[in-house]
Design a protein around this ligand. Sequence first.
Ligand code: NAD
Ligand code: UDP
Length: 354
Amino acid sequence: VPDWPSAVSFTSRTTFPPVKKLPKAQKRRVLVTGGAGFVGSHLVDRLMFLGHDVVVLDNFFSGSKSTLSHWVGHPNFELVRGDVVEPLLIEVDQIYHLACPASPKAYQINAVKTLKTSFMGTLNMLGLAKRTKARFLLSSTSEVYGSPSVHPQPETYWGNVNPNGPRSCYDEGKRVAEALTYGYARQDGVDVRVARIFNCFGPRMSADDGRLVSNFVVAALKGEPLQVYGDGEATRSLMFVHDLISGLIALMESDYSEGPVNIGSPDEGTVLSWASTILALVKDLRATGSIPPLAAGQKESEIEFVPAVVDDPPRRKPDITLAKEVLAWEPRWTVMAGLEETIRYFASQLAEGE
Ligand code: NAD
Ligand code: UDP
């Protein structure tokens, strides 16, 4: 008799966040590529809450297993380590294709890989959609508008993109991904949706991914300078992640397949104004005891101006008329409420790391 212990009485996990029990006919098999990333993990949460079967494909380049650890072991959930540049053979009903590093710092680490991910990854996932007759949604970006000469940007604007600068791997990668998506729709009848996502923020952004909100919040919490690139007059419109998830699902479920739809918040501000807002909010939350006080010897942060980065789009704001019309969608969260949630999240992350 082998002297191994018996594992039959052990279950991996017994408590999970609550999920809806769907009748079999309504339950979909959904693939989320890039599901371990910031946006993907929130999308997975929502699809799980809705009661669907969710498969995540991720190579963990800019995502992390910890964003999904609360679902590991759930019978509706599966996490696959893999790269979208390789073909995948599974059976699915819907594909949310998000895999691609999204922060300028991350996508510039290996520009050629970013292009491969956008081109070959999208080609592979469209091939999968064609074979399985799954509905396919591409997470495109406001970066396809480049440095826009039309403001705010409607979907009909073709953009003004540098084809060979440091951001081109991402911008042109997404433009070719859109072209591929509509190529498959026209040639092969694949049922496609394209979301052009504008700057989004929220819990689970990586603390070190270099984006505006994560950089400014983490610096303010640590009492370090908030570094504004250039003169701070560039504008960005910030959307809280839960609104983005509602928009992506509304688009996937809608009948609108004619062209891309902007998903973003029209709440535009200069980079400098967002820095001041975040500083003030962190101070208020400290004063009310919502987040821990500054550590002994730490000083309140200040704003510091540092040299501008190359090809930084000077302004960006979505025209969301189409999303309102065809999806009945618009952001519900105020930026301030979203920032509060995000500041609390990073404060608890920093406390855990200590
Ligand atoms: P993220 O970097 O947090 O997530 C991307 C995920 O894709 C990560 O988990 C990463 O590991 C995975 N990934 C990258 N390359 C891969 C590959 N070759 N194979 C498999 N997995 C791979 O970024 P995010 O902010 O969650 O963005 C998600 C999607 O939304 C991206 O397609 C991005 O272009 C788009 N988007 C995001 C924003 C935003 O503000 N967050 C704005 C516009 C568009
Ligand atoms: N930015 C900044 N300081 C930072 C991070 C970002 O001044 O620490 C600026 C950046 O130059 C850009 C804006 O904030 O003008 C948004 O940058 P992010 O990287 O978040 O997104 P994207 O440039 O892709 O819109």
